[in-house]
Design a protein around this ligand. Structure first.
Ligand code: SF4
Ligand code: SF4
Length: 141
């Protein structure tokens, strides 16, 4: 079991600071992996990251909403090329570093989002993707 970061993640990085086993890694390249990702082999399911996320993006794998139903105003980030996700988001992470995401969408009340792709992408990031890429700790701070 692991925790999963869903596409409500806006790379704010707060979860990285509290993870006791340092298994939360920023996605890279951002166009393909726009979120942060949790190493399922290392995560101990402690739940410490969940309350740190200002966007409530993190769930225990068993509790990932199917589907997520929006209250309205949430921003969702997807990989480049995802139809309907063409709005740029600019913000700052918890360390004051600029965050830019090119493929986002602002949800309206009752919009539904399927997070299956994020569950798959989380595993793929560590199995076939960059995983713990060089310099990831600095990038998260
Ligand atoms: S705290 Fe939330 S928004 Fe920030 S990186 Fe973690 S999951 Fe993403
Ligand atoms: S549940 Fe605990 S171990 Fe897993 S990613 Fe979150 S903080 Fe780290």
């Amino acid at each position: 079991m692991t925790h999963i970061i869903t596409s409500l993640c806006l790379r704010d990085s707060g979860c990285v600071d509290v993870c006791p086993v340092e298994c939360i890694v920023p996605g890279m390249p951002q166009e393909k992996y726009p979120l942060y990702y949790i190493d399922p082999d290392t995560c101990i399911d402690c739940g410490a990251c969940v309350p740190e996320c200002p966007y409530e993006a993190i769930f225990s794998e068993d509790d990932v909403p199917e589907p997520f139903v929006a209250a309205g105003g949430e921003i969702v980030a997807k990989p480049e090329g995802t139809a309907g996700y063409d709005k740029e988001y600019t913000g700052e992470n918890q360390h004051g570093v600029e965050v830019k995401l090119s493929n986002t969408k602002v949800l309206e009340a009752d919009d539904e989002v399927d997070f299956d792709d994020e569950v798959k992408a989380n595993y793929e990031f560590f199995e076939d993707g960059p995983g713990y890429w060089e310099g990831w700790e600095d990038h998260a701070n």
